[in-house]
Design a protein around this ligand. Structure first.
Ligand code: MLC
Ligand code: AMP
Length: 455
C-alpha cells in the first residue's frame, strides 16, 4: 500500500505563498516540497527516523519528507524527558533527525515517488507514521499507521465536514498525535486548504487567525468559551470541530451562544483514526459524537441497557503495535473487531454517545492520553517514593487531571511533579500529589484505587 497517493494537494494542487503558516512562519507548497525533498534524500534507506515534533515548519518538512521517501516517521514530544525518549528510540530503532528548513532537494514527481515499496518490510509493515501512545500499564506502544489508513480517514472526514481547498484550517495542537498531525497537517496537505498553525492553541491566537475551519480539544474550546471576545471573533468561521475527549455540554452551549456555531464533535483513537463524527450538514447535539464515518462499522459489545464497549472495523485502522503481536491480537475480538475500551451507546438513528472508559487507568487530560502505570513507574524511579497510585480526577478545564497518591519520605509535591515532567513529558506530570501512610490494599495485597481518599 506504500504507493497510495496521500498528499494529493501538496503534490498537485494550486500553490500560494502562504499555503502554510506554522507558529508565525509562512511557506508555499514549493518551499515545503523542497525542504521535504532534502529530508527524503537524507533518510533514504533508513528503517525509520524520529523527529522532535515542535510546532514548526521543520516538523512538517520532516513528516512530508518521510512520506516522500517511504520511511516511517516517529514524532517525539519536544519536551520528552529521558525515560520517554529513550524508550521510544530504543523500541523503534529510530534515530533523531535534525531538520534545516532552508535545505532544498528535488523530489520525485507523484506517481514515481520514492515511496513505492520501500516500507514493505518487517517490522514496520508499510507504516507511514509510528505514533507512541500509552496503555493502562507499562511504557507507551508504537502504533503503526499506514498511508492507506490516513488517506481513507482524511477523505471520510473531508466528506463529513465539507472540507475543501477553499477552507483555511486553524489550530494550535501538538504535532506528535493524530489530532494535530494527521488531521491538522496531513489533512490540509490532502484537501489543499490553507493551514494556520498558531503555535499554541490559545483563544487569542484562534481569534486572530481568521480561519474557516477550526480544530480543538475540549480544553481549548473551554478556554475559548471563557474568553468572550475571542469566541465572538469565531462567528465568521464555517465549522468548529472538537475531539480527542468529551466536550462538556455547557461548553457546547456557550460556543453556540457566543459564536453562533454548534461545534461538530468527532470521536477517534490513535489506533483507529477518526471513526465517528457529526456532519457539517447534519444535527449536532451536546454529548453526542455523531454517526460512523463512511466505510466504518461500529457495534456495542454485550450491551446492558444499550451501553457497552464500542468496537470498530474499517479501512482507517492501524497495522498493529510495533513489535508487540500479542498486544495487537489482544486489541481485537475473535471475530475481528477492534476493542476501543470506550463505553458507548448507539441510538436508533445511529448517533453515538461516549459515556466513559472501561479502564480508569487510562487518563485523558487536556486531550492527551496518559497511562496511569507509566506515571506510577516514573514516580517509583524517584529514590524517596516507596509506593505510587495515579488516577484521573474530574477537572473543569482539563477534563481529568492527573492526581498521584504516594508513600514517600523527605520529598515535596512540587519536586515529584517536576521529576515526572522532566523524566516523561510535561503533560504527564501529576497536577496534584497526595501523601499517604500506605496505599489501600485488598486481602491479596493488591492496591485498590477505588478505596483511595477523594482527590
Ligand atoms: C508547567 N510547565 C512546566 C511544568 N509545569 N515545565 C516543566 N516542568 C513543570 N513542572 C510549562 C510547560 O512546559 C508549558 O510551557 C506551560 O508550563 C504550560 O503547560 P501546561 O500547563 O501543561 O499546559 P496546559 O495549559 O495545561 O495545556 C493545555 C493544552 C494542552 C490544551 C494546550 O493540554 C494540549 O495541547 N492538548 C492537546 C492534546 C492533543 O492534541 N491530543 C490529541 C491526541 S490524538 P510552554 O512554554 O510550552 O507554555 C487523539 C485522537 C483524537 O486523541 O480523537 O483526536
Ligand atoms: P488517543 O489515542 O490519544 O487518540 O485517545 C483516544 C481516546 O480519546 C478514545 O479512546 C476516547 O477515550 C477519547 N476520545 C476521543 N475523542 C473523543 C470524543 N469526541 N468524546 C469522548 N472521548 C473521546
Amino acid at each position: 500500500m506504500a504507493d497510495v497517493p496521500l498528499l494529493t494537494a501538496l503534490q498537485g494542487g494550486a500553490d500560494r505563498a502562504d499555503a502554510l503558516t506554522v507558529d508565525g512562519r509562512k511557506c508555499s507548497y514549493e518551499d515545503l516540497l523542497g525542504a521535504a525533498g532534502a529530508v527524503a534524500r537524507r533518510v533514504a534507506g533508513a528503517q525509520a527516523f524520529a523527529v522532535s515534533a515542535t510546532a514548526s515548519l521543520e516538523t512538517v518538512a520532516a513528516v512530508v519528507g518521510g512520506l516522500l521517501a517511504g520511511v516511517p516517521v516517529v514524532p517525539l514530544a519536544p519536551d520528552a524527558g529521558p525515560a520517554e525518549s529513550e524508550h521510544i528510540l530504543r523500541d523503534s530503532g529510530a534515530e533523531v533527525l535534525a531538520v534545516d528548513f532552508a535545505e532544498r532537494a528535488h523530489v520525485p514527481a507523484p506517481g514515481t515517488d520514492a515511496a513505492r515499496g520501500r516500507t514493505d518490510r518487517a517490522p514496520f509493515k508499510g507504516a507511514a507514521l509510528v505514533l507512541y501512545t500509552s496503555g493502562t500499564t507499562g511504557p507507551p506502544k508504537g502504533v503503526l499507521i499506514s498511508r492507506a489508513a490516513i488517506a481513507a480517514d482524511l477523505d471520510a472526514v473531508a466528506q463529513a465536514w465539507q472540507w475543501t481547498a477553499d477552507d483555511t484550517l486553524v489550530h494550535g495542537l501538538p504535532l506528535f498525535h493524530v489530532h494535530g498531525l494527521v488531521l491538522g497537517v496531513l489533512g490540509a496537505l490532502r484537501t489543499g486548504s490553507r493551514l494556520v498553525h498558531t503555535g499554541r492553541p490559545t483563544p487569542q491566537a484562534y481569534a486572530a487567525a481568521g480561519g474557516s475551519l477550526y480544530f480543538g480539544v475540549p480544553t481549548v474550546w473551554h478556554r475559548v468559551a471563557r474568553d468572550e471576545a475571542a469566541a465572538r471573533a469565531l462567528a465568521g468561521a464555517r465549522l468548529l470541530v472538537s475531539g480527542s475527549a468529551p466536550l462538556p455540554a455547557p461548553v457546547f452551549r456557550d460556543l453556540r451562544a457566543l459564536t453562533g456555531h454548534e461545534p461538530v464533535e468527532r470521536y477517534g483513537m490513535t489506533e483507529t483514526l477518526i471513526t465517528v463524527s457529526a456532519r457539517a450538514a447534519g444535527a449536532r447535539r451536546p454529548g453526542a459524537v455523531g454517526t460512523a464515518l463512511p466505510g466504518i462499522a461500529t457495534r456495542i459489545a454485550d450491551p446492558a441497557d444499550g451501553v457497552g464497549e464500542l468496537q470498530v472495523k474499517g479501512p482507517t485502522l492501524f497495522d498493529g503495535y510495533l513489535g508487540r503481536p500479542e498486544a495487537t491480537a489482544a486489541a481485537y475480538t475473535a471475530d475481528g473487531w477492534f476493542r476501543t475500551g470506550d463505553i458507548a451507546a448507539i441510538e436508533a438513528d445511529g448517533t453515538h454517545r461516549i459515556v466513559g472508559r472501561a479502564s480508569t487507568d487510562l487518563i485523558k487530560s487536556g486531550g492527551y492520553r496518559i497511562g496511569a502505570g507509566e506515571v506510577e513507574n516514573a514516580l517509583l524511579d524517584h529514590p524517596a517514593v516507596r509506593e505510587a497510585a495515579v488516577v484521573g480526577a474530574p477537572h473543569p478545564d482539563l477534563g481529568q487531571e492527573i492526581v498521584a497518591y504516594v508513600v514517600a519520605d523527605g520529598v515535596s509535591a512540587a519536586e515529584l511533579t517536576d521529576f515526572v515532567a522532566a523524566r516523561l513529558s510535561v503533560h504527564k506530570r501529576p497536577r496534584r500529589v497526595r501523601f499517604l501512610a500506605e496505599l489501600p490494599r485488598n486481602a491479596m495485597g493488591k492496591p485498590q484505587k477505588r478505596l483511595l481518599p477523594p482527590a
